[in-house]
Design a protein around this ligand. Sequence first.
Ligand code: GDP
Length: 501
Amino acid sequence: LQKDINYVEDIFLNKIRGGNTIITNEKDLRDAIKRSGRRMRIIVRPANEDEVEDKDVYPRPAAKANDLKPRPPVVTVMGHVDHGKTTLLDALRKTNVVSQEFGGITQHIGAFSVSLENGKNVTFLDTPGHAAFTAMRERGASITDIVVLVVAADDGVMEQTLESIRMAKQANVPILVAINKIDAPNADIDRTKRMLVEAGIQVESMGGDIQAVPISALKQQNLDQLTEALVIQAELLNVMADPTGLVEAVIVESKVDIHRGKLCTVIVQRGILKKGSILLCGTTMAKVRTIKDAEGRIISEVSPGYPAELDGWKDLPSAGEVVLEVENEKQAKSALRAREAKKQIEKQMQDAEIISAKEQQHLREYREKLQHKRSLGRYKLKPEGPRKPEIEKVDGPPTLSVIVKCDVDGTLEAVLNILDTYNEPGCELDLVHYNVGAITESDIELAKTFKSIIYAFNVKCPERFEALAAENDVTIKHHNVIYKLVDDIKREINARLPTME
Ligand code: GDP
């Protein structure tokens, strides 16, 4: 044991005692090792000043109403395969007045923003379908404000349409319907609407309040009507964000570019993202070097509700992860260390949990085995809690009645394993009760009732209980070596065997 080991966490003890055991000196450490036996897991950390100061960063408290400003809604396009999701997204990108004005070439970065004639904007996630939505949801990110449900007017509602409806409803995201392919020869808008109502989507013209905009993504018909409907919906939903203070964002997509390195697209949720911002995401960070929009233009800042592609990442974050801006690199590094440490502890906790679950399983199986033996009449065994005296009296061979108390499950199991091999027809072994932990008053009462010997393995008995035991003629035998405990039991059995005439 080194002198500088002064911060020890014993996960095993955490598990069985349900509390934190932080050990700061050698004596306590030795005691803990003794108590927990061979199955102890220890994490040792130096109590180094810098490390103790490592602090994680978290999203700021919710913004004040005064700081909230309208922002573009973030829209996910969903629907059945081949109903026109990709065609719609491509068409929307092309109609974007910004890309027309600047002659930019759109590229796939995972999201893009459309500027409408009226100066309003709508942001689309351009990975259509369930995968993107599910990936985001799995990571708990809720960046979608509205789902555009694309339903082809010739096909109507299909299997994946229903699935999309279910997912949007589950995520509590409002739906706006785009009835697509109205140019197709066998398009039937009314039939499609009737099918939607049947699927639980109460469209506007059928007495409900869900907008259904008939469009042709291929012929680029009514697309402005669709985007305007989205803006109106966003206003109704009061889609707002706080553009002040440190940035909060969500990763939409990430990739490695051979020329530009690690890139990812974010949608900003709070604050204004600028070049030079220090960002933290999971266990990686970035000092933002370049910010680009979906047209590939370098931009200087990004406001809430808008997507942008960033470089400068140390490691690649994954889609759905939350990005938080920090004041400086020192803070970012300290938070990363804190997150790494937390991750390690979680990993070890998981490992310990798996092992402990295995041990529990072992013990359960063992108890079942003993139960089974009891039903075969070999033991009168009562493993689940103390037995009531009235069922006790059995005539027959002499009996050694025992109660076993052990320090940990492992030793209890070992002792029970040995008792399991007991095979002496001349004397019955009656295991009245067993468990892990110190001797209690009820153990003594039980021993008194059943005339049992209490075998205590590595467990203490408070002085007053020793006295109580003596008063009641109850013998408590302490052991800390298993074979000695077993020898003791054998001696007791021999003493009870009928003597040969
Ligand atoms: P996705 O699987 O939902 O992404 O569907 P796509 O966008 O790939 O479209 C599937 C097919 O439908 C393609 O052949 C498109 O050209 C066609 N399509 C998409 N929109 C329209 C439309 O408005 N009218 C017609 N007639 N065909 C369309």
